[in-house]
Design a protein around this ligand. Sequence first.
Ligand SMILES: NC(=O)c1ccc[n+]([C@@H]2O[C@H](COP(=O)([O-])OP(=O)(O)OC[C@H]3O[C@@H](n4cnc5c(N)ncnc54)[C@H](O)[C@@H]3O)[C@@H](O)[C@H]2O)c1
Length: 244
Amino acid sequence: MGRLAGKIAVVTGAASGIGRASTELFAAEGARVLAVDRPGAGLAFAGDGVTGLEADLTEADAPARIIAAVTAAHGGLDILYNNAGVSNSTLASEMTDEAFDRVLAVNLRAVFRLSREATPHLVRSGAGRIINTASVMALGTDYGLAAYCASKAGVLGLTRTLALELGKHQVTVNAILPGAIATGMTAASFAQPEIAAVWAKKSVLRRLGQPVDVARVALFLASDDGAFVTGQAIAADGGLTLRI
Ligand SMILES: NC(=O)c1ccc[n+]([C@@H]2O[C@H](COP(=O)([O-])OP(=O)(O)OC[C@H]3O[C@@H](n4cnc5c(N)ncnc54)[C@H](O)[C@@H]3O)[C@@H](O)[C@H]2O)c1
């Protein structure tokens, strides 16, 4: 029997990278998954267990649409994986309000709004899970990442507070901090061998992460194995953050 047998999950950013790998792994472990991504992002999944829903998470009605869709299709919700994200590389001195707001809207505000909408159903589950994809950039930084780092640090604060407030309902809330993972977000950078080599070497495992490396951590947190883990930030970074 799968580790998520009988569970109902929502995964955002499911068309690509970490979200796609997590959707496929959750479904392979027996979950029924509502896979959410932007219109036109390419939500096509083979096999049973996955339904696609196109929604831009920054739209006002997106949380209500997503939760209505999953509860109408499956009658409840056990696992919310807030994974969708965008990046932006612009020096703070040159970043527009619009660019800053866009990153915060997807990476932080949408996580708050969808979590709030999901809460009654996760409470009803009796073993609800919220998993948020943050980043090692929630702890560190690099040039051009003012908005991205602010959003991901914000996700950690939100994660801790939701964990505190929802614990009495047996809802766990945790964040995953991926390191350098080969996905759509990093494809252009890692297509340059010298850049890929630098980031592979930063990991003490001497390789870039693959989406499934992060998906397996999400599976742990989503499953019964993670039942007593809450409010935590778990790095899936190949040891990238060990050296200071
Ligand atoms: N790749 C890395 O090295 C890395 C490192 C740390 C953290 N992360 C985080 O991992 C998460 C997943 O990213 P990924 O690396 O798999 O990148 P990705 O670009 O392959 O996937 C991100 C997905 O999010 C979707 N998305 C973006 N904005 C959206 C919106 N407004 N509404 C709905 N969907 C939206 C995109 O369409 C895309 O399918 C992100 O939160 C990202 O910040 C990635």
